[in-house]
Write a protein of this length. Sequence first.
Length: 100
Amino acid sequence: MKKTFPLQAPGKDDARVRDKIRHEVNKALRRARRRPPQEGFRGWDFTCRIGTSETTATPCALAEIASGIDRIAEGGATKVYLEITPVPARRIPPPETSGL
């Protein structure tokens, strides 16, 4: 998911707009986790970037997305750019053969 969200909407409280952004991020994560992983992997991991624009976005952990949105909004920005990319994770180890 690569998307730029406005942090302000006419007639809506800014905190509600940020809640809506977090809800949309969580919805995208649930959708990505439902997909079956590639052969040889157990699940999905996510690489994330957040910033005021695509050029100024910096890498961050998935758990830091919500606090990053708040941090950018407190800085006076009017929009936030989020990039969340699913990558296969937790490779299944090959089965060990017994020496029998």
